[in-house]
Write a protein that binds this ligand. Structure first.
Ligand SMILES: [Zn+2]
Ligand SMILES: [Zn+2]
Length: 578
């Protein structure tokens, strides 16, 4: 069962606190100031238009988290009148399976056929009936009325099929306002529905919300066609097995590789479930002409096979990770093989990707594409040249960079001439009024929904504890409550067994003295006093500040009998105690 954000969190939704009639508002529940969880809402007179509702992934601050979702206060504070999903990347649609209690049955969801097919597959896999929402297919540039909003869509090239920008036109007491929300885009590509003249017709706009991901780089983002040409040359000159890892959503590239393989009469196979589900969505939405099961996979022994490998970010258990770590059934890398890294490394994943590529090199495979100058990958995000070109098409009065970290926003401010064109850097978890310029109305508590192990929770205490435990370990203080006396102490992950052996008498003795001293205080202060004292003691004696857990002898005895991994280690440590 997929955990759901509750629609009735017992009156703890306080925002928005006050909305004026005839005032246009917008808010970001994520995706601005930190990558992932893209969620934007535009609101006027009780009508809320959502653009994207994505998920984000764990980083070093949230070890063990499965994914996170946008701000709960904003998801529930602005119930959707209609939702526009610009494309099928997880950071734009990944929250939807967790929002069945938040998005009312029958809510219209506007999305391209590919995005709809992809989402339908995902919802069904999770046991959710896609029929609960009213999917409306956007097959070409079009427009639709949602209350006071006229919403237009404009197809844009990106790194997944059928991505569109959203234009909003709205009548206000002081006149009409036009907003263009680019979503993820580049300009050089082969999205057949992309019509520059339609974008130009929408100009001039009052506000341009623009993807700033590529703003660190000069020039224009390379077209997919150039990658296609490089791969064709590479594959035709490379004998032996070729393994190509890329993002599963790069349907166009995968299609090109399949075409190249067929032209060279080389068999092609797919390793990984995500490649298969993306291909299925591509087939349903007619991006590809054959379903995957019609293509006979090559035999594992075929020495001229081309294998597409899912999991280019080297996630644990992905095909790429298993192939390089040598744990994939019937498939081992060996001298004579070539591994093509046709992807980019998402910040934070570099360590595990390099580890995987090193293992492949160690196994004797030739590794191509890591340096980035082999042109076997192009980004889906426009660089400075693309950004400037889109600005020239739309002639905005005001610009708001979105889809980026502070690093990207600062780069954006550097290359846009703000004397000619005002730029406002906004933040997530804030509600803004949109008059002549964006004005902050109120800040909303950061209630990012954190999904892990079948539950959704809302504060990061768990991860702070987990990081503390990983770095400092835990100290069990066995305290007899009647006498307030320490009878033993035990450690997990704090110091080596040998060091503990030398330090134990001193640590135990000092802990016992500390308990004696704390016992003189009022009963309600005793534990805190003991804990504070022990923190200082550990810092001074061993240079560590372990998490201190006070337990009774009965609890400790029961824990030592419980066959749970973490408690087993507690027992192991206690065995070396004198
Ligand atoms: Zn995207
Ligand atoms: Zn994105």
């Amino acid at each position: 069962m997929v955990p759901q954000v509750s629609a009735d969190p017992a009156g703890i939704i306080d925002y928005p606190r006050r909305l004026e009639p005839h005032q246009l508002y917008f808010a970001f529940g994520g995706g601005v100031g930190r990558f992932g969880t893209n969620f934007t809402v535009f609101h006027l007179n009780g009508v809320s238009v959502w653009i994207d509702v994505g998920s984000g992934f764990a980083n070093h601050h949230t070890p063990g988290m499965e994914k996170n979702l946008p701000n709960r206060q904003l998801l529930l504070g602005f119930p959707p009148t209609a939702i526009f999903l610009t494309h099928g990347h997880e950071d734009h649609i990944g929250a939807l399976p967790h929002l069945t209690e938040v998005i009312p049955v029958g809510t219209p969801i506007f999305a391209s056929p590919f995005t709809t097919a992809l989402l339908t597959v995902r919802l069904k896999e999770r046991g959710i009936d896609p029929g609960r929402w009213d999917f409306r297919l956007i097959e070409q540039d079009s427009d639709v009325g949602i209350g006071p909003f006229r919403v237009s869509t404009f197809f844009m090239p990106h790194s997944i099929p059928q991505c569109f920008s959203v234009g909003l036109e709205v009548m206000l007491p002081h006149g009409k306002k036009r907003i263009y929300f680019s979503s993820d885009f580049k300009l050089r590509g082969s999205e057949v529905r992309h019509k520059v003249q339609n974008i130009k017709k929408f100009a001039p706009v009052d506000f341009l919300f623009i993807d700033s991901t590529g703003s660190l780089h000069e020039g224009e983002t390379m077209a997919e066609r150039e990658v296609d040409e490089t791969l064709e040359r590479l594959i035709s000159r490379t004998p032996g097995r070729i393994f190509i890892t890329t993002f599963a959503s790069q349907v166009e590239r995968i299609k090109n590789i399949a075409r190249i393989a067929s032209g060279l009469s080389r068999p092609i196979g797919f390793l990984g479930r995500s490649l298969k589900s993306q291909w299925e969505a591509a087939f349903i939405s007619r991006e590809v002409t054959a379903p995957l099961h019609l293509q006979k996979p090559p035999s594992y022994a075929a020495q001229n096979a081309i294998w597409l490998v899912a999991g280019c970010q080297a996630d644990k258990n992905s095909s790429f990770s298993r192939l390089t770590h040598g744990t994939l059934a019937k498939m081992r890398l060996k001298p004579g093989d070539t591994l093509v890294y046709s992807a980019s490394m998402i910040p934070g994943n570099e360590g595990k990707i390099y580890e995987a590529l090193n293992l492949a090199a160690d196994a004797g495979a030739r590794v191509v594409g890591v340096s980035g100058d082999t042109r076997v990958h192009t980004s889906g995000h426009g660089k400075r040249g693309d950004i400037e070109r889109l600005i020239s098409y739309l002639k905005p009065r005001h610009i708001l960079p979105v889809h980026g970290d502070p690093l990207h926003f600062h780069a954006f401010l550097e290359f846009i001439d703000q004397k000619k064109l005002p730029v406002t850097v906004t933040e997530g978890h804030r509600i803004y009024a949109l008059g002549d310029a964006p004005v902050l109305v109120e800040s909303v508590p950061d209630e990012t929904c954190l999904v892990e192990a079948g539950e959704i929770h809302f504060d990061a205490t768990l991860y702070r504890e987990r990081i503390h435990l990983a770095e400092e370990g835990v100290c069990f203080v066995v305290l007899e409550p009647d006498r307030f006396a320490v009878s033993a102490i035990s450690y997990v992950g704090v110091m080596s067994a040998q060091f503990l052996e030398t330090m134990y008498p001193r640590l135990l003795n000092t802990a016992q003295q500390a308990a004696l001293a704390a016992a003189q205080s009022a009963p309600r202060n005793r534990e805190k006093k003991l804990r504070d004292f022990l923190s200082k003691l550990h810092e001074e004696l061993i240079g560590k500040n372990p998490y201190i857990k006070i337990v009774t002898p009965q609890v400790m005895a029961a824990a030592a009998e419980t066959p749970v991994a973490s408690l087993d280690s507690a027992r192991e440590t206690s065995e070396v105690e004198p």
